[in-house]
Write a protein that binds this ligand. Sequence first.
Ligand SMILES: NC(=O)c1ccc[n+]([C@@H]2O[C@H](COP(=O)([O-])OP(=O)(O)OC[C@H]3O[C@@H](n4cnc5c(N)ncnc54)[C@H](OP(=O)(O)O)[C@@H]3O)[C@@H](O)[C@H]2O)c1
Length: 320
Amino acid sequence: MHAIVIEEKQLRWAEVPDPEPAAGEVIVDVTAAAVNRADLLQRQGQYPPPPGAPVYPGLECSGVISALGPGVEGHHVGERVCALLAGGGYAERVAVPAGQLLPVPAGLSLVEAAALPEVACTVWSNVVAHDRLRTGETLLVHGGGSGIGTFAVQLGKALGARVLVTARAAKHERLRALGADVTIDYSEQDFVQVVREVTDGRGVDVVLDIIGAKYLARNIEALAPNGRISVIGFQGGTRAELDLGALMAKRGTISSTSLRARPLADKARVVAGVRDQVWPLVSAGLVKPVIHTTLPLAEAAEAQRVMETSDHLGKIVLLR
Ligand SMILES: NC(=O)c1ccc[n+]([C@@H]2O[C@H](COP(=O)([O-])OP(=O)(O)OC[C@H]3O[C@@H](n4cnc5c(N)ncnc54)[C@H](OP(=O)(O)O)[C@@H]3O)[C@@H](O)[C@H]2O)c1
């Protein structure tokens, strides 16, 4: 088969050996795969795949099952699926642990389905399973125009929350069309001040943060009593001073998770939660894949260049 290989921090479409399914795995013939910011870090050598994971980049895909490994039950050859991956999505075929397979949501094409597993699992596991966002609460999503952000806005609205986002102004109109109640241009406005203004000084209940160190103190300032902050990205660095007094004054909680390196059983639980709680919202049209553009899989380097500009809104999808 062919896959995208990383050589000296460059991506190249190359012939590589076919994957074999281990016990509990299936082989998916890839129809589409989506690009994630973490793939850019992997190319630069800063985010190696966990032991045992496929070495090629790609954290999610869609396609058709072409082989079953020993012990796989409840799936069949020819089944259309999408999947959360620890790697290997930028390829014609990938071995996937069966617990990380999801059905293609009703009404979606395979290409659309490729844009969902990573964002759905990340946002659901943080905002719903961990932070327990409730109807009537307020959610602040940093980087509303990201793949993660465009999904979080829609999920927050579908769950009955009020959703505030930070993003550059060029993305505000489209984010409001996705359901964002308040759009904040982080390059011009202080998000803490805007949060105070629009919440009558109360703050937000949940923050989904992709910036990390640079926003830590201000995220705590923006928090409502009993608020929860989930840090899932470090685009603004990893080291910052934490004022525990400020956090305690809010009775606040800060957590940080990643998906890729979790044990298989943990990932299977997240995937099951997404299938049970998020897929019905997708099938009902309340949460839609947001695809900025599609490119051939062999042009993954160009897809990553588009992501690096940050001018995209939503997901960039690679087609086989
Ligand atoms: N922990 C996990 O399990 C997990 C899983 C998936 C993703 N992530 C993380 O989630 C983040 C988003 O991933 P993605 O693939 O969706 O990336 P993406 O589509 O490339 O989005 C990155 C976004 O960051 C925004 N941004 C840059 N500086 C900002 C700032 N100071 N304030 C607010 N927004 C800012 C950009 O928006 P503007 O154009 O508006 O600046 C851009 O939309 C990444 O950091 C990624 O590593 C974590």
